[in-house]
Design a protein around this ligand. Structure first.
Ligand code: NAG
Ligand code: NAG
Ligand code: NAG
Ligand code: NAG
Ligand code: NAG
Ligand code: NAG
Ligand code: NAG
Length: 369
């Protein structure tokens, strides 16, 4: 016979915070996890590097709201302290304290109460200045980053475009360059240079161009009465802030007016023309994109065919089939005398079916036995 008696368990850590190095303006996250019964409470305390400083408790919203604490009390207790936009004054020792003593928050009883502690250091290093440069000459683009005040040893460099690593080396120079063949219009975007130091130092170079608009198809065909769909997109950086459409270079088409519907989403735009009309809708349409650097456009030519024109290929096939059928019919008619002769040989067919009938009977008899 068993009775479930809740065990009183002293708090213990299962995960302790880890020391970290960061640059000013970065953020840092420390994590702590404890078990015990009842579930322990977790607190965060901080001691700065000045000799006169003592431990002070940290709260959610402390340091002008740069401190966030997220705790969960569910089977275990977990707590994450997150400090944004670090400054040199955030350097110091961070302590995770856990206790499940029922008297833990009675200040008068405090000497007896046991809090277990786990510490991590956060080093905040002044963010060094990176001078970035971008030049475009003789069909070549040169991007360079210059770390003007190296802090720790440089173990190499890396160039990235989004998540893609473009170039990497293990040199210790404080200057790194990356070259691209081609025009800047073809290579716009956000490039990153990374100095492999501890912690890593990153610089950013933006290659910005006016929108490099392309038509999804340079010419579109539609049938009279159908819906015509014209599409343009902009793969370049920076993104488009607004799209407009116009016809034959005239004033811009208003969304929802007449038979027009415009749908634009970020780097793509679509013009739909309902119930296409040959006279009114055939022509050149311009999609115009605007970003902070200027304007770009592309032209789509729309051709509207009559319903009947759409039928012509089908009618052609029908006519071909008819001609073939007629030819075969005439040919077969002429062969008729031969076929009469063939019929004599065909006499074997009923014989064959008789034979199978016999076989069937045999089987049935055998089954009966
Ligand atoms: C510690 O000393 C510095 C000057 O050395 C002073 O600015 C700071 O306010 C002191 N901090 C505390 C907590 O007393
Ligand atoms: C707090 O932590 C929980 C569990 O880890 C997570 O689901 C939640 O999104 C966090 N909340 C914030 C504000 O970070
Ligand atoms: C970060 O802190 C600096 C001063 O330390 C301030 O000038 C800057 O605006 C802050 N940045 C953000 C994103 O809060
Ligand atoms: C890097 O910056 C330093 C300091 O501004 C300058 O003296 C040096 O010439 C720069 N190097 C390059 C390759 O631009
Ligand atoms: C590059 O572009 C991004 C996105 O528009 C922007 O947040 C960032 O500040 C730009 N960087 C520089 C160095 O101009
Ligand atoms: C358009 O932007 C989206 C994200 O907003 C991106 O995933 C997509 O690749 C972009 N398309 C082109 C053609 O650049
Ligand atoms: C045009 O109007 C339709 C509905 O009438 C709407 O769904 C669409 O978002 C509008 N497009 C723009 C670019 O405002």
């Amino acid at each position: 016979h068993f009775a479930l008696i809740p065990l009183q368990l002293v708090a213990g850590f299962i995960k302790s915070p880890l020391s970290q190095k960061r640059l000013t303006q970065d953020s840092v996250e420390l994590y702590c996890e404890a078990i015990g019964n009842p579930i322990p409470e977790i607190q965060w305390w901080f001691e700065g590097n000045e000799p006169n400083e003592t431990y002070a408790q940290l709260w959610d919203g402390a340091r002008q709201d740069r401190v966030k604490i997220n705790a969960t009390y569910n089977l275990h207790s977990t707590s994450t302290i997150y400090i944004a936009n670090l400054t040199g004054d955030d350097s110091g020792t961070y302590e995770c304290r856990a206790s499940n003593d029922p008297d833990r928050n009675h200040l008068s009883k405090s000497p007896k109460v046991k809090w277990i502690r786990s510490q991590a250091n956060v080093f905040v290093i002044e963010r060094p200045d990176i001078q970035t440069q971008f030049t475009s000459t003789h069909g070549k683009l040169v991007l360079s980053c210059n770390l003007t005040e190296p802090h720790s040893a440089i173990d190499g460099h890396e160039w990235k475009y989004g998540d893609k690593i473009l170039q990497t080396d293990t040199e210790s120079s404080s200057v790194t360059t990356y070259e691209i063949e081609g025009k800047k219009e073809e290579h716009s975007g956000i490039y990153q240079c990374i100095f492999k130091t501890s912690p890593e130092i990153k610089g950013e170079i933006n290659i910005s161009v006016v929108p490099q608009v392309v038509a999804y198809k340079k010419s579109e065909h539609g049938n009279e009465g159908d819906t015509g769909v014209l599409t343009c997109k902009n793969p370049s950086f920076p993104p488009v802030s607004s799209w407009t459409w116009s016809r034959n270079g005239e004033q811009s088409i208003i969304n929802g007016s007449g038979r027009y519907i415009i749908k634009s989403s970020g780097n793509k735009t679509e013009l739909r023309i309902l119930k296409l009309n040959i006279e009114e809708d055939t022509g050149d349409y311009q999609c115009i994109a605007i970003n902070v650097f200027g304007t770009g456009e592309a032209t789509v030519n729309l051709r509207v065919r009559s319903r009947l024109a759409a039928l012509w290929p089908f009618l052609g096939i029908v006519a071909e089939v008819l001609v073939l059928v007629t030819i075969i019919f005439i040919y077969e008619k002429r062969r008729k005398p031969d076929e009469v002769l063939d019929d004599d040989d065909g006499g074997s067919a009923p014989l064959k079916s008789n034979a199978t009938n016999h076989k069937d009977k045999n089987v049935r008899q055998r089954n009966a036995n």
